[in-house]
Unconditional design. Structure first.
Length: 275
């Protein structure tokens, strides 16, 4: 299993994941874990990530790759219809096979080999969108003016409240920028790993789909390297230190009201490096 975090913002999409992959057999506990990069870049212009069986994820990614050259000429709604049809070409036979296997191996074991959830970030005729792909191949668009983030995988139960808390503090009334979304996704996965979430570990990876070229007519998908991600650690450490300061003031008992200050601003991650 895994932890995926996807955030849609005004200037692009961020997808983050942990790196831990586990191996097992016939429903038995995992025997081996290794570090892999889970999200993948599709033709330089889209990002796909999957939680669940690698074999299913590979086949879904192949279907998305097949359609990706057409995305720019289709609205997101039209693309969703085609994507769902393509995804079910993979999923329907897999579910049918699992139903037969369940008679021998048991339903829980059989379904573990087909149940997956994915995320796809791509640019369509009507802009960059983040799609949440269900185990049945249905695609939900993470609408910017509503719920514009999603978590998936075995780490979802921990990640949802973490990201929800950050959202309520910093982006309750406004959408995050791409830089802020990168910080939020990275931070959420990092906490999920630190909490020893089941089958989540080996460090975070963060991928970004952003506008590119004159007038933002094109997009580029790329992975942030470890050095870029480490730049966020200083900000995270500073926030944690501030929270400890609040705890210390509480232990001192009632104190005089602090002078009025400006409203809390969204976090300002380190500036992006060029070159």
């Amino acid at each position: 299993m895994t932890l995926l975090v996807g955030i849609s913002c005004a200037d692009g999409v961020v997808i983050a994941s942990d790196r831990q992959a586990t191996h097992g057999v016939a429903g038995m506990p995992p025997t081996v874990g290794q570090a892999i990069v889970k999200p993948q870049i599709i033709l330089g212009q889209a990002i796909y990530a999957c939680s669940g069986p690698v074999s299913i994820g590979q086949q879904i990614a192949a279907k998305a790759t097949e359609l990706q050259p057409q995305f720019g000429s289709m609205t997101c709604a039209a693309a969703v219809q085609k994507l769902q049809g393509k995804f079910r070409e993979v999923l329907n036979p897999a579910f049918e096979t699992a139903a037969q296997a369940a008679k021998v191996r048991g339903q829980q074991i059989a379904m573990q080999e087909v149940l997956s959830q994915g995320m796809l970030a791509a640019k369509f005729q009507d802009g960059i969108q983040l799609l949440d792909i269900s185990a049945q191949g249905a695609c939900e668009v993470m609408l910017a003016d509503k719920l514009s983030f999603v978590c998936a995988g075995s780490g979802k139960s921990n990640a949802d409240p973490i990201l929800g808390f950050l959202w309520s503090v910093y982006w309750r009334k406004q959408r995050p920028t791409l830089r802020e979304a990168t910080l939020a996704a990275y931070w959420t996965v990092r906490i999920g790993i630190d909490l020893k979430t089941m089958m989540v570990g080996d460090g975070p990876d963060v991928f970004v789909l952003e506008k590119h070229g004159t007038g933002g007519k094109h997009v580029r998908a790329h992975q942030l390297d470890d050095a870029r991600l480490a730049e966020h650690d200083e900000f995270i450490s500073a926030v944690m230190e501030q929270m400890r300061g609040v705890r210390d003031r509480m232990l001192l008992g009632p104190v005089a009201p602090a002078p009025a200050t400006a409203p809390t601003a969204p976090p300002e991650p380190p500036p992006a490096k060029t070159g």
